[in-house]
Design a protein. Structure first.
Lengths: 307, 258
């Protein structure tokens, strides 16, 4: 079967600025696909091109077998979009927002009414149906925006940084709902700069940096490919880290010295910790953990993802 | 058959208005009453005492009322094309939400203009009823005078929307109202004949859409010949609407679908 989204040499320029620089990717039916990268990497521009609200500069892009440039309205009628910033109608109620959005798709009111009940249930906002959007918390607004994106039963749901700015509890509720959508077979496209989000939600992802794709794969395979199994994080008192950096680097196959801590990549954390101790170094704290996408990103770009 | 995109936007605007109309309804009724009472009757009694032959042959109230009807429509049109457009593009971003759905730029602009027309119509019809209550003209004639008012309101909505869509900074809007809308309101023949103006200002007044609407409405209410042939004024107003709407497309596209 042909992929749901197919991009080849996809490029977006704004004047002299190249926001997306010739990227290739394909997304399969039922997949949960992520774009991971820091702010300004080109994730949102890519998303807007997929959503047919930003014309491509060059290359080719097909979404659901359609050409976003020339079949925009037809394509958008099959998409659900959850933008980075909630653009709900704050003066209207939760119910009216959904009804209004459903009408943009020219769905009959009776159909929309039924879907509103199901969707409010799904995003756990049934008791807020008559509340003005104004009065909702950030997490509730996000969930309402997701419900709104599902009103037309889309083949593809685009989520642009779905949990940015939410508190941890709200994030977990949202992740749970997105996970259920995935279970139901909805194809999800997610941009994020949170590696835990990418690890939780994405079957496959690309890592973007400076307008380009620098790696592609499943979270597990990326970690296996680019980072040793374990990481030990050492923190030292201010000023000490620079002095001991050389000695730390000698204790593990790979080391990253960051501003506030040192990361030592190793296949055996226990052994690395004892070697550091044998060097006579006395870190303030020691944390051994599994490698994460953050480490992959650091390896590929030399920078941390979230500063 | 599929509902046209512009009508879907119109329906959404109506849905929002259903929740927010209370804020504007009082002023819609009260403004014409206050203006016609203070200026038409209060100031008008002084004018009429000094001009036994009337202003262009009629009492000041009769002269003023159709002009004020069009002036009100003009302001309503400008209002629909200003803060609301700024909000849709930059603040609440509800335009972005519409575009993520199947609505495109022509549907968005078209629906916006349809709704602006509906708002102008509401305000003007209320004004016509007040005008009839002040015995300026029978209700039927007053309602006929709404036609030119609607054209002027749409012309201003289109031109103002095209202007707002080009603004990067909302600070341009108060300037626009101060230096374009209020002078147009005062000097386009609603309150006194533009023949009272110096000739270069007469030329400016003649170029405004409001002037043409004022003369058409006044011709309907008073029954006199307008100074400019009616079909020229109508064509001029229709051209404003068409060109203004066309000028919205470019900046809307640039802003919303970069």
């Amino acid at each position: 079967m042909a992929p749901l989204i197919h991009a080849h040499g996809l490029t977006k320029e704004f004047g002299d600025f190249v926001a997306v620089d010739g990227i290739d990717f394909a997304v399969e039916q039922g997949e949960s696909f992520g774009f991971l990268g820091p702010n300004g990497a080109g994730k949102t521009s890519t998303m807007r091109m997929i959503g047919a609200v930003s014309p491509i500069t060059s290359g080719s892009l097909s979404v659901l077998g359609l050409d976003p440039e020339h079949q925009g309205p037809q394509l958008r009628s099959k998409l659900g979009v959850v933008p980075q910033e909630d653009n709900l109608d704050e003066e209207l109620t939760v119910y009216d927002n959904l009804m209004m959005y459903g009408r943009y798709f020219d769905l009959p009111r009776t159909v929309i009414k039924e879907r509103i009940e199901e969707l409010l249930e799904f995003v756990q906002l049934t008791d807020k149906r008559k509340s003005k959007v104004d009065a909702l918390s950030g997490g509730m607004k996000r969930r309402l925006t997701i419900a709104r994106g599902l009103i037309n039963e889309p083949d593809l749901l685009l989520l642009d940084e779905p949990t940015t700015g939410l508190d941890p509890q709200a994030r977990h509720i949202l992740w749970d709902r997105l996970y259920r959508l995935k279970q139901q077979g909805v194809t999800l496209i997610i941009t994020t700069h949170y590696m835990d989000e990418a690890e939780q939600l994405c079957d496959r992802l690309v890592i973007m940096d400076k307008s380009k794709i620098v790696a592609v794969g499943s979270p597990r395979s990326l970690i296996e490919e680019y980072a040793p199994r374990e990481v030990v994080e050492f923190r030292f008192p201010p000023g000490v880290l620079e002095d001991v950096a050389d000695r730390l680097e000698g204790t593990a196959p790979r080391a990253e010295i960051l501003a506030d801590r040192a990361l030592l990549y190793t296949d055996d954390a226990e052994e690395t910790i004892s070697r550091v101790a044998a060097e006579g170094l006395e870190p303030e704290t020691v944390l051994a953990r599994r490698s994460s996408l953050e480490d992959v990103f650091l390896r590929l770009t030399g920078r941390t993802l979230v500063d | 058959m599929a509902t046209p995109l512009a009508l879907r936007v119109f329906e959404a605007e109506a849905r929002v208005y259903r929740r927010t109309w209370r804020g504007s309804v009082i002023s819609t009724f009260l403004n014409p009453i206050l203006y016609l009472a203070a200026m038409g009757i209060g100031l008008g009694s002084l004018v009429d005492a000094n001009m036994p032959e009337g202003v262009e042959g009629v009492t000041y109230l009769t002269f003023l009322a159709p002009g004020l009807l069009v002036a009100t429509a003009m302001q309503t049109g400008a209002g629909e094309g200003s803060w609301k457009v700024m909000a849709g593009m930059k603040w609440t971003k509800t335009y972005h939400a519409k575009l993520a759905a199947p609505i495109g730029i022509p549907g968005l602009v078209g629906g916006h203009m349809l709704w602006a027309g509906a708002r102008v119509l509401m305000v003007s019809v209320v004004f016509a009823f007040v005008m009839a209550a002040f015995r300026v003209a029978p209700l039927f004639q007053s309602l006929l005078a709404v036609g030119p008012a609607l054209l002027v309101g749409l012309a201003m909505a289109a031109a103002t929307t095209a202007f707002t869509a080009r603004l990067d900074d909302p600070a341009g809007l108060p300037m626009y109202f101060r230096f374009v809308v209020i002078p147009m309101f005062l000097f386009s023949g609603a309150f006194f004949p533009i023949t009272q103006l110096p000739s270069w200002l007469q030329a400016v007044a003649l170029a405004t859409p409001m002037y043409h609407g004022v003369e058409l409405s006044r011709a309907i209410v008073v029954g006199t010949e307008p100074p400019v042939a009616w079909w020229i004024s109508v064509a001029y107003l229709v051209a404003w609407i068409a060109v203004g709407t066309a000028l919205c497309m470019g900046p809307f596209r640039k802003r919303l679908k970069p």
